[in-house]
Each structure stands twice: as structure tokens, then as C-alpha cells.
Ligand binder design. Structure first.
Ligand code: WA2
Length: 282
């Protein structure tokens, strides 16, 4: 009898956790597909048209009006690939300098954060300054995305693979939350699926990226399910099995009776898990 109740309770937890993990995964997947199609939009109407049909105003309007298609993204932006030999001309044309990303966590969350005050990017072989942004992430315009460790790794992996790639969780600019960035490379030709990494790198013209502010967007998603009184949900990046990173939820170290549901965010090099437990003992 008692065993029966325990068994049913366990089954309920499994179902609730799997449902939440699946919802998060599906919303991420549709958001990712839409970011991919934005990369193709920029390729077609910015790089594929002379003169370009996209400027900051059009990009901001289009991305705001289509934000419902990307429920898990807090903002999208486009960074252009600029070689060092092109830097001077690029800066003159845009009327601003390519800036270095400020990665000191404290300076990112302080209230007087102001991209105008950032230092110019030091000399590099190439840069990835943001030229178009959704209004929600306008603070990253003019920043060299290759000057941030996580963004840089994502850019290099995205352009070599042609796939959508995800960073590890890190502190996003102007946010006190952990987040992840999703990046798609934009190429100057329609590359075949079997193109080599060198062919891809050579054809790269820019990077379309989206930021996923994990705590606020997962909270919003789970809120829609009206069962927050019952179940405690945590999301972890478990790419490094011996050092999981808690991306969402309270510190529940040593909690018993948890159920683990796997979440696939579409980048096979990253692993994520949702851990669920009941709030109250039986
Ligand atoms: N977007 C928003 N906030 C951030 C961030 C980012 N990266 N990096 C740190 N905080 C334009 O991959 C190219 C977006 C990077 C794309």
C-alpha cells in the first residue's frame, strides 16, 4: 500500500520532469531554427545585395517584430568579420572604433556600464564587431565579439562547422545572470553540407548570434506550467561531468529523490540535464 503510493509519486515526478525538459528543449529548438534563418536573411539581403537592404534600423525592427519566434532568446545581433587590414576603413565608414569586451564581472553589472567608455580593441589579425542588434542587446554594438573568451570560441567553432554552436554558461554583458550564446556563421556563398573547415573559414563574412538569459527565460517558461508549488527544477550544464554548472534553480546540494531528464540544445559538444524533486516530503 505504502509502496504503491511511493511508486505513484515517483511516476508523477518522472512525468513532470520529462514534460518540462521536453518543453524547454522544444522552445530552444524552434528559437535556434529562427536564429539560423536570420543568418540566411543577413546573407541574402545584406551580403547578397548591392547596396545592402539591411541597416541597423531595419534589423532592429525586423528582430523586434519576430521576437515571438525566439521565446528563449533575450536578443540577437550580427557581428561582421573585419580583417586588420580593413579596420581603419571600417571604423571611418561607421564613425566609431571597434571596442574591446570588458570581461571583469564587477564592471559589467555596475550601474554606470557604458559601452562608449570601453577601450578600443588592441591590434588583432581579425575582429568581429557587432554592427546590427535587436534593441534588447544594443549595448553590444561596436564591441569586438572575438575579444571575449566564450564568444570567440563560439565564433571559431561556428565558422569551421557551419552548425549552430553554444557556449558554456557565462555572465552575459549587462546582466547579472548566467547565460549562453548561440552562434551561426554567415558565409559569402551557399556552401555544400560537405564543405571543409578551411573552405568554411575562407567564406566567412560574419556571425549571427543570440543570447539566452537562462534564469529569467527558464523561469518564464516554467511559470506557464503553474506547478511551481509542487516541484523544484534545476538546470545544469554537465559537459564536464566532474564539474557541473548550475544554470537555473536553487542550491539543492545533497537532495534525495531527484529525477534527471536530459535536455538536448542541439550542440552535441554540450550536455545539459534537468533535475527535479518534490518540494515537500510525502
Ligand atoms: N550577446 C549578448 N550579450 C552578450 C554576448 C552576446 N554575444 N556576449 C556577452 N554578453 C553577435 O556570436 C556572435 C552575441 C555574439 C554574436
Amino acid at each position: 500500500m505504502n509502496a504503491d503510493i511511493t511508486e505513484r509519486r515517483k511516476e508523477t515526478l518522472v512525468n513532470m520532469c520529462d514534460e518540462r525538459a521536453r518543453m524547454l528543449q522544444d522552445q530552444f529548438n524552434v528559437s535556434m531554427n529562427h536564429v539560423h534563418s536570420l543568418a540566411i536573411l543577413v546573407s541574402t539581403f545584406h551580403h547578397g545585395k548591392q547596396p545592402s537592404a539591411i541597416d541597423q534600423k531595419i534589423f532592429a525592427e525586423y528582430t523586434a517584430r519576430t521576437s515571438f519566434e525566439r521565446p528563449l532568446m533575450s536578443g540577437v545581433a550580427y557581428a561582421l568579420r573585419v580583417l586588420h587590414s580593413e579596420r581603419e576603413e571600417f571604423e571611418k565608414q561607421h564613425g566609431w572604433k571597434i571596442k574591446k569586451m570588458e570581461t571583469e564581472y564587477q564592471s559589467l553589472v555596475k550601474d554606470d556600464y557604458n559601452p562608449e567608455k570601453l577601450d578600443p580593441s588592441p591590434v588583432q589579425d581579425e575582429y568581429a564587431p557587432v554592427i546590427f542588434s535587436q534593441e534588447t542587446v544594443s549595448h553590444i554594438v561596436s564591441i569586438d565579439m572575438m575579444s571575449g573568451k566564450e564568444d570567440r570560441e563560439n565564433i571559431l567553432r561556428a565558422r569551421a562547422t557551419g552548425k549552430g554552436v553554444l557556449t558554456s554558461p557565462f555572465h552575459l554583458l549587462k546582466s547579472n545572470h548566467l547565460g549562453v550564446v548561440l552562434t551561426f556563421a554567415v558565409y559569402n556563398t551557399n556552401l555544400p553540407p560537405n564543405a571543409t573547415a578551411e573552405e568554411r573559414i575562407k567564406a566567412t563574412v560574419g556571425y549571427l548570434g543570440a543570447s539566452f538569459d537562462v534564469p529569467s527565460l527558464v523561469e518564464k517558461l516554467l511559470h506557464q506550467l503553474a506547478s511551481k508549488q509542487t516541484v523544484v527544477v534545476n538546470l545544469y550544464d554537465t559537459t564536464n561531468v566532474s564539474a557541473p554548472i548550475r544554470m537555473y534553480g536553487p542550491d539543492v546540494a545533497g537532495a534525495r529523490e531527484i529525477h534527471i531528464s536530459y535536455v538536448d540544445f542541439g550542440d552535441p559538444t554540450r550536455k545539459h540535464e534537468m533535475h527535479c524533486r518534490f518540494k515537500h516530503k510525502p
